[in-house]
Design a binder for this molecule. Structure first.
Ligand code: GLA
Length: 378
């Protein structure tokens, strides 16, 4: 059963009518541009065909009542007296309600059923999907204008300040603004987006290592701090403002560790802009080479890969029909992404799964994903 049918049917069973509306917001996979968003740089994610769905109807009071099918858990909260509780899925919804109200929006209550199929902790942004589905739900029942970038920023604020995770803007932006059949080049400073087609005849394959990121939060915050130190050294607001030539001219005066971190970000921004260019030309070989180079840089200079991710990427890169592969998301576990010849995609997926399992004794999950639309009302 599709998730649309699942939430619709569960809504009808629990609430005794068909839902007034169903909303959906996708997870994402990032093709290139990793750990660049919080450096005001460039990213190239696409919204995937795994998403969070909410079937709902407005309430006349200022309460939200939600049942999660995945956690088999019902929660309620009042919009006029939001309170933090211990971590849990409902905090994402409360955080979005908080951020929308902080921005001056008057919110209406609603009740509904939610379910999602973005695997949590795999680096495919299940949190952003939940936040943007919630924002879309509130926007619909409360008649708010839907500006994807504005909503993405409010969802990011919810995650930073309510949930307490110091993420950048990429995940919320792509979940809000994704376009079917395209990746999105996002300028994380201006939030301008350019829909960028995948090269004809290619497919995107998600390679879940089956490992989950362990110490990711502390390592992530440490990388952010190192990038800020490097930006101060160059006397610029963010590493986005350092060109490769400027870096090369001054790098040996910088502390060696900070220099490697900065080199990743600065070259990754250049690779991402180049990726947009070669995608426009439909050059899958060139895009694949950039993805491979991105992985090397994340592994050696930024040091956010893991043994499982490196094994998966190596298995993918040696398959015929693979243009390129790299880890995707924050790192330390979770997923890799590969660009492959569409005609070989299913063979590729099963061969890489076998090779990875032989190498690591971990059963992976490998699947082709379409590029879908961002947060929408069905
Ligand atoms: C996580 C964060 C994003 C981004 C990536 C790394 O997914 O949520 O903002 O920083 O890591 O590119």
């Amino acid at each position: 059963m599709s998730l649309l049918d699942r939430v619709t049917q569960a809504f009808t069973e629990r609430l005794g009518s068909t839902p007034a509306v169903v909303v959906r917001a996708p997870g994402r996979v990032n093709l290139i541009g990793e750990h660049t968003d919080y450096n005001d740089g460039f990213v190239m994610p696409m919204a995937i065909d795994r998403a969070v769905w909410i079937a709902l109807r407005p309430r006349t009071d200022a309460h939200v009542h939600v049942h999660s099918l995945d956690f088999n858990d019902s929660r309620t909260f009042p919009l006029d007296a939001l309170q933090h509780a211990n971590a849990g899925w409902i905090e994402y919804l409360k955080g979005v309600a908080w951020a929308l109200q902080e921005a001056g929006f008057a919110l209406q209550g609603w009740e509904g059923v939610l379910s999602g199929d973005v695997p949590a902790g795999s680096g495919l942004s299940s949190s952003a999907a939940l936040e943007l589905a919630t924002a879309r739900a509130f926007a619909t029942v409360s008649n708010l204008p839907w500006h994807p970038a504005r909503m993405a920023k409010l969802a990011q604020r919810a995650e930073n300040q309510w949930v307490g995770v110091n993420c950048g803007i990429m995940d919320q932006m792509i979940s809000a603004a994704g376009q079917a059949g395209h990746a999105l080049l996002i300028d994380c400073r201006s939030l301008e987006t350019v829909a960028t087609p995948l090269p004809a005849g290619t497919a995107v394959v998600i390679l879940d290592t089956g490992t989950r990121r362990g110490l990711v939060d502390s390592a992530y915050n440490e990388r952010r701090a190192q990038c800020e130190t490097a930006a101060r050294f160059f006397g610029v607001p963010a590493l986005r403002d350092v060109a490769v030539e400027m870096f090369e001219a001054q790098a040996d005066e910088l502390d060696p560790l900070a220099a490697r971190r900065a080199r990743h970000v600065i070259t990754e921004n250049a690779r991402t802009l180049e990726a947009a260019e070669v995608m426009r030309q439909g050059d899958a070989d060139a895009l694949g080479r950039l993805m491979n180079a991105s992985h090397t840089s994340l592994r050696d200079d930024f040091e956010v890969s893991s043994a499982a991710l490196n094994a998966m990427v190596a298995c993918a890169q040696q398959e015929p029909g693979c243009f390129g592969a790299r880890m995707t998301g924050a790192g330390f576990g979770g997923c890799a992404v590969a660009l492959v010849n569409a005609a070989d995609a299913e063979t590729f997926a099963s061969r890489v799964a076998t090779a990875y399992e032989t190498a690591t004794a971990i059963k992976p999950s490998v699947y082709v994903s379409e590029a879908t639309a961002g947060a929408q009302v069905l």
